[in-house]
Design a protein around this ligand. Sequence first.
Ligand code: SAM
Length: 268
Amino acid sequence: MDRRPTWAPEDVDVERPSIARVYDYYLGGSHNFAVDRAFADRVLRLMPGTTTAAQANRAFLRRAVRHLCEIGIRQFIDLGSGIPTAGNVHEVAHSVDPTTKVVYVDIDPVAYAHSRAILADDPHTTVIRADLRQPAEVLADPQLREQIDFDRPVGVLLVSVLHFVSNEERPADIVAGYASATAPGSHLVISHASVEGTTEASSEALDLYKRSSANVVTRTAKEVAGLVSGLSLVDPGVVQLTQWRPESPDETTSWEEIPVLAAVARRE
Ligand code: SAM
């Protein structure tokens, strides 16, 4: 069994891999335990592209946030924000306008504690620990409401997280719960594990997730479009995430390496 390091909150489960800590390990972070690394290494043996996919996912998040800043958005809610890593939403947004408001939301105790630790002195950012599957509760949070003005457009991020929401949990209704609370001109940013690129090895990796960490539901581009059906898709629509407004022409397009879709949608 792993010992609980000093940076880990007391209610953390060090014997079961967590989505947030495993993802931190893929990104080369240090807020993970032996149980997370062992789990991640099993996934990586089956899907060696996972670290590339995680980096590409972060790069997409940064491109999307920059785009929203360029069109004038000055407040963001990052749902399932994860353990902070380089190039967080507030860093990208504050490079454009240091007064941009950012609210990070995550259910994971380590993601929450570490985010609070690094953001304690930033008056324009807030961290809340909450379940994104409960939009009404998240949106009623007093700390969130202190930062976010719902009469102005907001960027809502659901990056690499909706595939942890099962069909029974009605992900489209959850997304609509956030979208309907926001002003016209607000945008939703989504990246999502794709059905494309499914191989025997990737199915085995998803099975590992199901048994040890969390169920992952891969979806088609049409299904991802369906999650934002009340909104207008921003060009280029639902695409493989490296193809969402790439900054360099040689971004990899291999579905096997990066089986992830991305989309940005606007509330009219
Ligand atoms: N959004 C970040 C990114 O794309 O780099 C982190 C993605 S990580 C794969 C998924 C994150 O979503 C984890 O930090 C996990 O704790 C969080 N998460 C999963 N289910 C959640 C839920 N129901 N409510 C809030 N956070 C959740």
